[in-house]
Design a protein around this ligand. Sequence first.
Ligand code: CA
Length: 181
Amino acid sequence: MNLRVAIATCIVLVTAATLAAADENANLVPNPGFEQSIEFHPKDWKKGLTVWRFYEINLPIKGGTDSMIAHAGKRSYRIEGTGKAFLHSGFFEVKPSTKYKLALWCREGAPEAEVFWWVKEGVETDKRKLSKANLKKTAEKDGWTLYQGEAISAPDAKKAYIRIIAQGNLCVDDVSLMEMR
Ligand SMILES: [Ca+2]
């Protein structure tokens, strides 16, 4: 092996190691910090599956992106009211029977969260439809609280989305789901 080949090989190995490390820490949640638009036309329901969706469960409650306050970036998601709401992430791909860590930064209220496992859009897994994340407070900074929990994907899971549950006011930013190893 001459020096040039050795250096090239070394660069390839370092690049592969860097990519593997990046993959290990990859956040699977689309638009995790609400920095991109979550608007979609009701007729374009397929696009609706790729963005954050808000569901009023018990009124009075309302929700929307907030550009006045953010844990990071310029926007967060604000839920206001005394009722109950669900905030669903867009669908993303997951591995079956795999342990994931869910994390989100919140203020003004305490969230609950679940991860729903799907074979594909519209088809839930047979074995385990959802995992409750059992969130715990793990850090506080500048008025924001970090909540973290774990969830194990169903044996037939290929896709997932996260449901954040708000009972009353809640401000959310930087939601992540990462594979644990
Ligand atoms: Ca943000």
